[in-house]
Design a protein around this ligand. Structure first.
Ligand code: BGC
Length: 434
């Protein structure tokens, strides 16, 4: 089953596109009064029912890969109870991929978790390691024959990045309260809203306590600020899932994905950039030694400066997400990662939120140029998945962010392919010949 051709496709995540992920922690949080989600996910893009149409549109471009996630909360809605209908559903999705010559790249965990897992202590609890192993084993047993690539955990480093952001905000608030609001959640490559005001937070916390049946400060979803002990638990989950999958399907290529910045430094600030790369990626290397590939996810760069140091070129071109439009970041990340990582690298996410599709095509063209250059320089990059196939639910920011190659009218669920969808064909051509 091992692929040799360069993989080109698009990515999604279950909660962001399927709709009605009712047994998950995110569904519960979105519905609560005082929620910091701009809107709830509801039917999302109804990909759960329309995946055949969506995959056909993807395959029609000549793309050969589809990255998506299996939703743990659907497979195991109650602890130890597996839903056969949902297992059969994902089998159909996988079969459709194969029929359309789309190599499936399956993520086992993409941010959302079964609500029961959070009640049991979530991503700071040792017990989660065994639960995740069992879930991975079930997927391997029941669906693994159709899965050539597995990403165990999406952006395993995101909880650490969130913790660092919050610590930075708190430190800034102590030093200069009026400046504290200038710290932005847009400093992460994910859709987060600003922290809630205290009164809203109190209402939300009460709802959380009622809904999850534990104290709000014990609610450890995947995107909660992660402690060092929690970091070790996530790595143990990754290793357990990899072992479980490989024991049944040794030929399946197993890896993990990280949210990675192109860390750049102004003169004198090199150590800060190195510390960024260390925290985002290098800290995790000891846990990845038996992995088959690495999933790289990149959206922009981060320029490190010393305190008070002026940035010579303030970014002028921003994406809808509020961070710099800088597609060259991807090639730089690939080259940086390859200094310490010598196995295959798969770009599991890269994309831009914009209402201007010509701008999206420009982003893709410039990003893929960086991929081609990295490949020519010997970086073992084996594929590129654009984020995202569909306009979708960008977490706390809701549906306003438009990353998709296909627009969706959410009232009728009609699909409107953008020009950028067809552009995948040019990426296939370019990378097959590079
Ligand atoms: C995540 C996606 C998200 C995307 C765009 C990544 O952080 O894996 O779920 O939608 O970036 O922000």
């Amino acid at each position: 089953m091992k692929q040799t051709k360069f993989l080109v496709g698009a990515a999604t995540a279950a909660h962001q596109v399927e709709g009605n992920n009712k047994k998950s922690d995110y569904w519960a949080m979105e519905q609560l009064p005082g929620s910091n989600f701009s809107e709830p996910s509801l039917d999302a893009a109804d990909h759960y029912h329309r995946y055949k149409e969506d995959l056909q549109l993807l395959a029609d471009t000549g793309a050969n890969a589809y990255r998506f996630s299996i939703e743990w909360a659907r497979i195991e809605p109650q602890k130890g109870v597996y839903d056969e209908t949902e297992i059969a559903h994902y089998r159909e999705v996988l079969l459709t991929c194969h029929q359309l010559n789309l190599t499936p790249i399956v993520t086992l965990h993409h941010f959302t978790s079964p609500k029961w897992l959070i009640t049991e202590g979530g991503w700071e609890a040792q017990t989660t390691i065994a639960y995740f192993r069992q879930y991975a084993q079930l997927i391997a047993e029941r669906l693994g024959d159709l899965i050539p690539y597995v990403c165990t955990i999406n952006e395993a480093n995101m909880g650490k990045q969130i913790r660092k952001l919050i610590e930075g905000m708190q430190a800034a608030a102590q030093q200069a309260p009026e400046a504290a609001t200038e710290e932005k959640t847009a400093d992460l490559q994910i859709g987060l809203n600003e922290l809630q005001a205290n009164d809203e937070r109190a209402i939300f916390n009460q709802g959380l306590a009622d809904s999850f049946e534990i104290a709000p400060d014990k609610i450890q979803t995947f995107l909660a600020p992660r402690s060092e002990a929690g970091e070790a638990i996530i790595m143990a989950c990754h290793q357990a899932a990899r072992e479980a999958f490989k024991a049944i399907h040794p030929e399946t290529q197993v890896g993990i994905t990280f949210s990675l910045y192109d860390h750049q430094a102004l003169p004198g600030a090199e150590a800060l950039a190195e510390a960024g790369q260390q925290a985002d990626f290098l800290d995790y290397l000891p846990y990845l030694e038996a992995d088959d590939f690495l999933g790289v996810q990149n959206y922009t760069r981060k320029i490190h400066a010393l305190p008070g140091q002026a940035v010579p070129e303030e970014p002028t071109r921003m994406t809808k997400m509020g961070y710099e439009f800088y597609p060259e970041a991807l090639g730089n990340v690939l080259q940086a990662v390859a200094k310490q990582w010598h196995k295959p690298i798969l770009v599991t996410e890269n994309g831009v939120a914009t209402d201007n599709d010509a701008e999206r095509i420009e982003f893709m063209a410039r990003a893929i140029e960086g991929v081609a250059q990295a490949k020519a320089a010997g970086v073992p990059v084996i594929g590129y998945c654009y984020w995202s196939l569909l306009d979708n639910f960008e977490w706390q920011l809701g549906y306003a962010q438009t990353f998709g190659l296909i627009a969706v009218d959410r009232k009728t669920q009609t699909r409107y392919p953008k020009e950028s969808l067809a552009y995948l064909h040019q990426i296939v051509e370019k990378m097959q010949n590079s």
